[in-house]
Design a protein around this ligand. Structure first.
Ligand SMILES: NC(=O)c1ccc[n+]([C@@H]2O[C@H](COP(=O)([O-])OP(=O)(O)OC[C@H]3O[C@@H](n4cnc5c(N)ncnc54)[C@H](O)[C@@H]3O)[C@@H](O)[C@H]2O)c1
Ligand SMILES: O=C(O)C(=O)C[C@]1(C(=O)O)C=C[C@@H](O)C=C1
Length: 289
């Protein structure tokens, strides 16, 4: 389905919001892109890079006449922005977001955008990087990648189709699922891995011989810990927003790690190799898919 957005207002012109703007511009699917941000330097960079056409200094100016408002800020910032935009939203304006957690965003929409729920469609692009800010944005970020929409019970068909078409114009494959299912899945395959990477790097960094350890770390360490270079603010907010699901994952991981500790203590070669083999098979199959 082709789409055209006359005016897109992006709150948070970073890696994710900026990449949406670039992808839509490349697809000639958007007219004007207006950016709102917390950092003037980042907005100036976004303007210079052609990611946005205009900086708006107030929420009212940003959302005025916008067909679509995209909230692409850390999930801990969503409530304040919803409160700010609510009085200024037009009857037709579609509101979506790119936050990594969905039950919290849906609940905030119910709370703060009550008069606009038919036009609200929460979403999450499953694509990203450890880099942040407008300078990290790129047009191809969503090409062939998944985007999960978690419509509200009140979301209307037209709004849902508008948001679906926006992401398809960015090259993404769009699917839908309930927010509860979304948050459980991403606790396992995204939030736990980030927590593990951060924890490992921090554990090493606090050792007296950290410099020596880092100087000998190679590609295995690099692959395992790339994501520990991600934004601490963003991941603080994700961890807190999906706290219960993440706590469940930590518990299951601890139990699995304990089995490995027991096998190693007992010099149980068969148990170690069986675990490594199962994991290798699953990892190879996943990367081939
Ligand atoms: N980075 C990823 O891999 C990834 C992937 C999918 C979804 N997400 C989600 O997308 C959202 C944005 O992440 P990102 O990677 O683009 O981060 P980013 O740091 O690159 O961009 C976020 C931008 O929002 C701005 N901002 C923060 N608070 C604001 C506020 N109150 N008002 C206006 N602007 C504000 C920041 O200045 C920054 O420019 C987050 O909710 C994140 O969870 C991230
Ligand atoms: O590639 C990365 O650096 C990412 O962390 C991207 C990643 C992930 O795969 O976990 C991170 C957060 C998201 O909400 C979606 C995607």
């Amino acid at each position: 389905m082709t789409t055209h957005i006359n005016k897109l207002a992006i709150f948070g012109v970073g890696l994710i919001g900026g990449s949406v703007a670039l992808a839509l511009k490349q697809a000639a699917a958007v007219g004007e892109v207006v950016g709102v941000g917390r950092s003037r330097a980042n907005l100036d960079a976004a303007l210079k890079l052609g990611i946005i056409d205009r900086i708006a200094t107030t929420a009212a100016a940003a959302v005025q006449g916008a067909d679509v408002v995209l909230l692409a800020v850390p999930v801990g910032q969503m409530a304040a922005l919803m409160l700010e935009i609510a009085p200024h939203l037009g009857a037709e304006t579609v509101i979506t977001d790119a936050g990594s957690t969905k039950q919290d965003v849906a609940a905030l929409m119910q709370q703060h955008l009550a008069a606009h729920l038919p036009n609200c469609v929460p979403g999450h692009p499953i694509a990203g990087a450890e880099t942040c800010g407008a300078a990290a944005a790129r047009a191809g970020l969503y090409q062939g990648r998944n985007v999960v929409l978690t419509p509200l019970p009140q979301s209307n068909k037209a709004a849902l189709e508008k948001v679906r078409a926006l992401w398809q114009a960015c090259g993404a494959k769009v699917s839908e699922m309930p927010a509860t299912q979304h948050d459980a899945i991403f606790a396992t395959v995204s939030h736990l891995p980030h927590l593990l990477a951060y924890t490992l790097v921090d554990m090493i960094a606090r050792r007296d011989n950290a410099d020596t350890l880092f100087s000998f770390a190679a590609s295995g360490f690099r692959d395992f810990t790339r994501i520990a270079g991600s934004s601490p603010e963003m991941w603080r907010d994700i961890a807190l927003a999906n706290r219960q699901a993440l706590l469940n994952e930590i518990e299951q991981y601890q139990a699995s790690l304990e089995q490995m500790r027991i096998a190693l203590t007992a010099e149980d070669a068969a148990a170690l190799e069986a675990t490594f083999k199962r994991a290798q098979t699953a990892r190879v199959r996943w990367s081939e898919e």
